[in-house]
Design a binder for this molecule. Structure first.
Ligand code: ADP
Ligand code: MG
Length: 225
């Protein structure tokens, strides 16, 4: 079952909420983190060391979530440039190589060589690729293969497909993808896909998710060239 996901109304609502709250949380958070770090460095006992470490990890988690929200809220200072898509994907793959190896996951590529440069905000688009590739790795707890295909769909569109052999997504859950905080992971945030939808929308592209339980998932992004 293939479903086109359109989350724009949900996104704008969340964006408005985020604008008020996220920014105010960040400064006290920075102060907290600094003092926890200071206390940790002055502490002698191993027990306390460990407590401070837990505090730092959790503070970082809050920080990460707040930053994702700020991203949604803020009108981006956009700097679109023409970039080589295949190079961007290779960068992202090398970024996640360590995590893939740790999880017994092999990432293969099938890139067309005739892909024209695309006009994009490079870091944002890379963020989307990271989010999707991470999800693919996390969907395969016992390892497997991920294939990333880049094809020219027609003269105006390029298609990027992330194909995993993971646990898949039940059809009734597909509409929930991209909702804020929808996660099935113990340590998940449920923000990765939401941010990805927003970024792809800003690039006038589309994300389509096609999945079969116990077989795997295909996430396809199309972008104008
Ligand atoms: P998170 O990864 O923090 O849970 P995301 O927004 O990235 O948040 O993903 C939301 C949910 O979508 C995941 O918790 C998972 O249930 C599902 N999902 C996303 N990608 C995949 C995938 N490739 N395979 C299986 N499930 C996926
Ligand atoms: Mg994720």
């Amino acid at each position: 079952a293939e479903e086109l996901l359109q989350k724009s109304d949900k996104l704008s609502l969340v964006g408005q909420m985020a604008a008020g709250v996220a920014h105010e949380i960040r400064n006290p958070l920075t102060a907290l983190r600094g003092f926890v770090q200071l206390l940790q460095s002055q502490t002698q006992t191993a027990d306390h060391q460990q407590y401070f470490q837990v505090m730092l990890t959790e503070l970082d988690r809050i920080n990460f979530i707040v930053n994702e929200f700020l991203y949604l809220a803020k009108p981006q200072a956009v700097n679109f440039q023409r970039k080589d898509l295949n190079m961007m994907l290779l960068d992202v793959i090398s970024l996640l190589d360590g995590q893939a190896i740790l999880n017994n996951v092999q990432i293969k590529t099938d890139f067309s060589s005739d892909i024209p440069y695309i006009t994009c905000e490079e870091n944002q688009l890379k963020q989307v690729f990271v989010n999707i590739l991470k999800n693919a790795i996390e969907a395969m707890p016992t390892g497997g293969n991920i294939e990333i295909q880049v094809k020219l769909q027609d003269r105006n569109q390029v298609s990027i497909r992330f194909i995993d052999q993971g646990m898949g997504i039940p059809p009734e859950r597909i509409p929930k993808l991209g909702e804020p905080f929808y996660t099935t992971k113990e340590k998940g945030t449920g923000l990765g896909l939401m941010v990805s939808y927003k970024i792809i929308q800003e690039h006038r592209g589309n994300i389509t998710i096609d999945s079969e339980v116990d077989k795997g998932t295909v996430v396809e992004i199309t972008l104008p060239v």
